[in-house]
Design a protein around this ligand. Sequence first.
Ligand code: GAR
Length: 187
Amino acid sequence: MKNIAVFASGNGTNAHQIMRYFAGNSKAMIRLVITNNEKAGIIHKCKQEGIPCFVFPKDNFVTPYALITFLIQNNIDYIVLAGFLLQIPQALIKEFPKKIINIHPALLPKFGGKGMYGINVHKAVLEAGEKETGITIHYVNEHYDKGEIILQQKCAITAGDTAESIGLKVQQLEHEYYPETLKNIIK
Ligand code: GAR
């Protein structure tokens, strides 16, 4: 059995889909969830699903040794980022090489990098006049949003789309493809 830790900072709709998808799976389980935000919606969703959720405030991602020890003590094999908005420290990447996976709400390498998260990404895509956008599932390496790409899926941007409507289309792709892609990586 592989143990997954999910990191989430916000609403946690992706984390929630992942928790549901892996419930009862015989090869991998969501062992715990970590958030940096004590007000994150994910905390309530974890209670609902009976998955332990731990708050590690931002400092733990600047000096990550307590966090790394905690993950090792809990036998974590994979770290899944699901709307996690802090940068992953190098020491953590070194400890879990090719074992940290992220989802980005656009077609990397475009619209990635610092400050590019959530609605900011969709606004930038719209302003750039793109005809399509989508999702990128990738490994996390030492270069922000530049790790090896595992999967991309696209959706069209049509007349009348707003950053919010693009966000909904992208979220649909995320929920459809992220859990299944994780399953394929872990097996
Ligand atoms: C998702 O769209 C995810 O791709 C994005 O944050 C959202 C979180 O939604 N992540 C990034 O922008 C990372 N750069 P959720 O909390 O409802 O899962």
